[in-house]
Design a protein around this ligand. Structure first.
Ligand code: MLT
Length: 392
């Protein structure tokens, strides 16, 4: 072929973090077929979907099989029944979001990457360590990325500093990977900074349902955020949709760059490149907001939090410093003995067959740290804790 390819791909890390972990674990298992591996690496849920969610999905599928109730293309921004349920969900914790600002999608990961389509050549700021999707999608589109170190000194919650000027800022709270969550006061500082500098915040709230203190569950809880922030959220971790795929992005109509509405650009992008989420999946997502659905989701989250507590108790017992676990399904720990994070990954895999995620995979400031997820089954988590007790 003689076509030109996107040379920016040369600047990406060789493989996506979770693909690389998967590859190493498969290789280990192939060489050691008798060993049972406990996976606390990728943050993938293990509890089944709530019964009312699968019932809604089945009913919707049956409707599609009947001439009288069949539906074709879904509306590209989502069915009104789901957009309204999302609006009401925000209202339930005191945040006002307009239905026409909500865009239903196949997940937060896609939206985090796709949103770069509507952005020009801005400097993009993000914490280090960071969810690799923010970094990779901006490297793919050739943007300059400035990393804001996220360290024990700043509680893994970087704030605007002298390096920051007008640009696009990715914030994630509760944070993946560190589990730290911004307070209302800290988010207010970010919003004030964004408004004063004419910057845009892309706020990833995928883990909001895990918040158990008074940290904001949405950036729109902060006054002025609807003039500077887009919020991206997901049913994956709240309702167990990692395999089902459904998320949404809120782009307030009040977000303007000069005389151009960001919402209009995102609507245009989605109308061209996205044909919406399937009807059964949107019905399932709406069912997750029913009283029965919410109760089941909160029960599942409580289960994962108990897993986090079990892991945290071990780390406390071993005197290993960590963040997360309380407002987040992730625990972010310092690798014992000053080990590098990939060495620690190999050590745990070889010695006790427990898989976590090496902090260095999330960025240079993640070196020396390690992430464990509480999304495993109780049995797997208890077994991992038992094995780690011997290995740490
Ligand atoms: C993670 O483990 O960081 C997440 O599962 C990744 C994702 O949500 O895409």
């Amino acid at each position: 072929m003689k076509i030109n390819l996107n040379d920016n791909f040369r600047n990406l890390a060789q493989s996506y973090l979770f693909s690389e972990i998967g590859r190493r674990v498969r290789e280990y298992q192939a060489a050691n077929p008798d060993k049972s591996v406990v996976r606390l690496g990728i943050g993938d849920v293990t509890l089944p979907l709530p019964a009312c969610v699968t019932a809604a999905m089945q009913t919707a599928a049956a409707e599609l099989g009947d001439k009288k109730t069949f539906r074709g293309y879904p509306p590209e921004y989502g069915y009104d029944f789901l957009r309204e349920a999302i609006r009401a969900h925000y209202a339930s914790f005191g945040v006002s979001v307009a239905q026409e600002d909500i865009f239903v999608s196949d997940g937060a990961k896609s939206d985090c990457g796709n949103f770069t389509d509507v952005l020009g050549d801005n400097t993009v700021y993000m914490p280090d360590p960071v969810y690799p999707v923010y970094m990779d999608s901006n490297v793919m589109s050739g943007r300059t990325v400035v990393l804001l170190p996220s360290t024990p000194e700043n509680g893994f919650l970087p704030m605007p500093d002298e390096r920051c000027s007008t640009g696009v800022y990715y914030l994630c709270s509760p944070n993946n990977p560190t589990g730290a969550a911004y307070s209302a006061g800290q988010l207010k500082v970010w919003v004030d900074f964004a408004k004063a500098s004419g910057s845009l915040i892309l706020y990833d709230a995928a883990y909001e349902a895990f918040i158990s203190d008074d940290s904001p569950r949405s950036i729109y809880a902060v006054e002025g955020a609807n003039e500077c922030a887009v919020e991206i959220c997901s049913f994956s971790k709240t309702a167990g949709f990692t395999g089902t795929r459904c998320g949404y992005t809120v782009v307030p109509g009040t977000l303007m760059a000069g005389d151009v509405s960001l919402r209009a650009l995102w609507a245009r992008r989605q109308a061209t490149k996205f044909n919406g989420v399937s009807y059964p999946v949107q019905r399932a997502a709406a069912a997750a907001y029913s009283p029965e659905g919410m109760a089941a989701c909160m029960e599942n989250i409580a289960y994962y939090k108990e897993n986090a507590r079990l892991i945290a108790a071990l780390l406390d017992q071993k005197g290993i410093p960590y963040t997360g676990g309380k407002n987040s399904p992730y625990l972010w720990l310092a690798c014992p003995g000053g080990m590098s994070s990939w060495d620690f990954f190999d050590y745990l895999l070889q010695s006790v067959q427990v898989v976590g995620t090496p902090g260095a995979g999330f960025g240079a400031c993640g070196e020396g740290f390690f992430r464990l997820t509480s999304f495993g089954s109780r049995e797997a988590t208890a077994e991992a804790v038992r094995r780690l007790r011997g290995a740490l």
